[in-house]
Design a protein around this ligand. Structure first.
Ligand SMILES: [Zn+2]
Length: 192
């Protein structure tokens, strides 16, 4: 979040297109920017087209033998079999490029849907890993400005508790990029 990972993904897509590769791009369809259609839409407002998807099945239904490069944004929101599908693509000679978050707002590893596996299970198979960080926007007289490795989840300006559902797409809450010193999670509310 705020780290420029989608911009980096578009840069990679464009490099492969210049090289004449057949590229297919997916974004997570839970993202309200794209929901309600399975048609490809502009990813960057320009010439990068992206297909909304949310699962392994939706990806495999659109990828055919001609595709040489598979690109997926927000990979951490997909389901468990997606991890194995991507490995199969690599083994069959395709190139796979994904972008995603390592940690949720609690600073715990993002767990794939229906899974115990995390981004680490993809990263161990990667030839290259780029760690992109936003800037910590915590303000106490001045903006902190340290590399932000955490996502601060806020409701009404206050940190939410660790027992809040991890993914609430389209909710009224806000997120900020924070460094490890300025990331916090509210105590779990008990018993109700
Ligand atoms: Zn900070």
């Amino acid at each position: 979040m705020f780290s420029g990972k989608s911009i980096e993904l578009i840069r990679q897509v464009n490099r492969h297109k210049v090289a004449g590769k057949r590229v297919i791009v997916f974004n997570f369809s839970g993202d309200k920017r794209y929901s309600g259609t399975a048609e490809a839409k502009s990813f960057d407002g320009l010439s990068t087209w992206s297909i909304p998807a949310a699962s392994c099945d939706e990806i495999s239904a659109r990828v055919d033998a001609e595709h040489e490069v598979i690109v997926i944004d927000e990979i951490q929101f997909f389901d468990d079999p997606t991890i194995d599908l991507l490995l199969e693509y690599v083994q069959s000679g395709k190139e796979v490029i994904v972008a995603g978050l390592n940690l949720d707002f609690r600073a715990k590893p993002f767990i794939f849907r229906g899974s115990t596996r995390t981004m680490a299970d993809i990263m161990v198979h990667a030839d290259s890993i780029f760690a992109l960080h936003a800037i910590c926007t915590f303000k106490n007289g001045h903006i902190c400005g340290a590399p932000a490795t955490r996502t601060q989840r806020l409701r009404d300006g206050r940190p939410v508790a660790a027992d809040d559902p991890v993914v609430q797409i389209g909710s009224q809450e806000s997120y900020e990029a924070r460094c490890i010193r300025h990331h916090s999670v509210a105590p779990v509310t008990s018993g109700i």
